[in-house]
Design a protein around this ligand. Structure first.
Ligand code: SF4
Length: 328
């Protein structure tokens, strides 16, 4: 098992299959994009498959989330999903995506064994979408969400970040829209993971503010089921059955219950989203390490995990890799 010195067990693997993205969200990266990983540094499909297999067969991984960058632009994604599903019917498999291309790929992903998608969408307004993402693609995202829902990749979870003065007046509209389409909406506090290092705490829209905005139009009641390791606090909307989630990563950290481990597109284990150190599996893998040796390296990487992200400590330092290169 992938345990750490605080007794946390990590059975939830988030694996980035590319650091590239086809949007340019202002809170994520500059307009010109980033220096992408050179192709030889990115794990091949076989290498990805092998590391997932080690995670599942030897280290107790029960949930695999494919992330990026934008994972749908990875050519081999459907095969990687298929290969992962073949390991175990009971694994929970999902993709975090911006939705572009989902309309085209939803059927193939279901056929390969994917269970569901998490879609990132911050606004329903085409002009705002263009401002936030620097691309005019809102219609594609909407069609992608619909296709995922129709293909059975449910519940379609929609993740929204509210940005002060940009879209923070849309909380209620987004929730109304999500309920009408049977999507599960979750608001996420913006975290300091942008490439430009422009995040400022006083600009962040807090969970408290999100609640205050939603409660102007909806009655929110905490769901009775325990939250476990889930990052979202869930609330019934107007008595249910619809729910809304709030992920208060900064103001109400949930690190004590963390079960997540990350693998970057270039084969580095990150034991925390905010880790400042990584453990190289790709180098060992390409040097001929056995599965057992790779598993041992992975176990050792988890043992040094810190208790939490430390954003609220004065000594906090943002990780060198931005979110798009870590995998969400
Ligand atoms: S910040 Fe790190 S420890 Fe906290 S929940 Fe995220 S990955 Fe887990």
């Amino acid at each position: 098992m992938l345990t750490d010195s605080f007794g946390r067990v990590h059975n939830n693997l988030r694996i980035s299959v590319t650091d590239r993205c086809n949007l340019r969200c202002t809170y994520c990266m500059p307009a010109e994009g980033l220096d992408w990983l050179p192709h030889p540094e990115v794990l091949t499909d076989d290498e990805v498959g092998r590391l997932i297999e080690i995670g599942v067969r030897r280290l107790g991984i029960r949930e695999v989330r494919f992330t990026g960058g934008e994972p749908l632009i990875r050519r081999g994604l459907v095969d990687i999903v298929r290969r992962t599903r073949a390991l175990d019917d009971d694994l929970e498999l999902s993709v975090t995506t911006n939705g572009l291309g989902l309309e085209r790929m939803a059927g193939a992903l279901v056929g390969a064994g994917l269970d569901r998608v998490n879609l990132s969408l911050d606004t329903l307004d085409p002009t705002r979408f263009r401002t936030i993402t620097r691309r005019d693609r809102l219609d594609d995202v909407m069609r992608g969400a619909k296709a995922a829902h129709e293909a059975g990749l449910t519940p379609v979870k929609v993740n929204a970040v509210l940005l002060r003065g940009v879209n923070d007046d849309e909380a209620c509209d987004l929730l109304e829209w999500a309920i009408a389409h049977e999507y599960e909406l979750r608001f996420i506090e913006q975290m300091p993971l942008d490439a430009q290092h422009d995040w400022h705490r006083d600009q962040m829209v807090t969970a408290e503010e999100i609640f205050a905005r939603l409660e102007r139009e909806f009655t929110l009641t905490p769901v009775s089921e325990p939250r476990g390791s889930a990052p979202a606090e869930l609330f019934l909307v107007d008595g249910g059955p619809a729910t809304v989630g709030v992920i208060a990563s900064v103001t109400r950290p949930f690190c004590g219950d963390c079960d997540r481990v990350r693998l970057t597109a270039d084969g580095q284990v990150r034991n925390c989203l905010f880790a400042r150190q990584e453990s190289d599996l790709r180098g060992a893998l390409r040097a001929g390490a056995t599965d057992e040796e790779l598993a041992d390296r992975w176990i050792a990487a988890m043992a040094t995990k810190l208790p939490g992200h430390g954003i609220n400590d004065p000594s906090f330092l943002q990780p060198d890799r931005p979110m798009s290169a870590i995998g969400g």
